[in-house]
Design a protein around this ligand. Structure first.
Ligand SMILES: [Zn+2]
Length: 245
């Protein structure tokens, strides 16, 4: 079952629930996923605390945060999240997973520890994620797939490729695939194939007028994302909102 309201979506399977708390290209994206054991976040952009509070989540049940890549719209809320958890006196360790080499995420966690020595009541446990190396949080089996994703700066064009992963998350026979940001690549098809739900980025409204290089190395368009989405049983398009790079 799924619902859509503006830029926000939710989907409930038999054992997994998922809510796109916010998603807009170049602003923020965070996805909440829950099973009977607790909940996790996939990415934590700006506004994460506001969006979690307005969804009345129980922060005690937060098991961990998985990052797809280090662009600001996907991880800009990490400092706020850590600060909030410190303020409310969280005790349980917090797991953080990010692609190996994702300096943006790991440096924020490290800096946070440096800023508040001795006054963070919970452990921040950072983990490098490697393509195809499966890990688990809250009993969910998470398989990372390498995505092809480069940033872009107005006037500078397409930058170098950064570490970026899509995640295939399974629990009790149900599977959700989350692309993060990606160009149109073979590994994306593998990530999505046969999933019960695919959450796909669709940054560009249309492939028309967008350079091939951008579609292969930066972002998907809605038409490409729909083509990929058909490989899954159901799909939703997120991260919309750009007409060019
Ligand atoms: Zn990105």
């Amino acid at each position: 079952m799924r619902n859509r309201k503006g830029f926000f979506y939710s989907w409930s399977g038999k054992s997994i629930k998922i809510k796109v708390l916010y998603s807009r290209a170049g602003i923020a994206q965070h996805i909440w996923m829950e099973n009977e054991k607790g909940w996790i976040l996939v990415d934590a952009g700006d506004g994460i605390i506001r969006d979690l509070l307005s969804n009345k989540v129980n922060f005690e049940e937060l098991k961990g945060v998985i990052f797809t890549h280090g662009h600001f719209d996907h991880m800009g809320g990490l400092h706020s999240l850590l600060g909030y958890l410190r303020m409310v006196g969280r005790i349980k360790s917090l797991l953080i997973f990010a692609p190996k080499g994702c300096t943006e995420v790991f440096s924020i966690a490290e800096n946070f520890r440096k800023c508040y020595p001795g006054t963070i009541p919970f452990k921040i446990m950072c983990n490098d994620v490697h393509p195809h190396r499966v890990f688990q949080i809250a009993g969910m089996k998470i398989k990372p797939y390498p995505m092809i994703h480069c940033g872009g700066i107005e006037g500078y064009g397409i930058l170098d490729r950064i570490p970026a992963l899509g995640y295939r998350i399974s629990y009790k026979g149900e599977t959700v695939a989350i692309s993060g940001d990606t160009g149109f690549c073979h590994s994306l098809r593998e990530l999505v194939k046969g999933a019960d739900l695919a959450v796909l980025e669709a940054t560009y409204e249309n492939s028309k007028g967008i350079e091939k290089d951008s579609l292969e190395r930066v972002h998907l368009s809605e038409d490409l994302a729909k083509r990929i989405g058909k490989l899954a049983k159901d799909f939703i398009l997120v991260h919309k909102g750009k007409s060019k790079n």
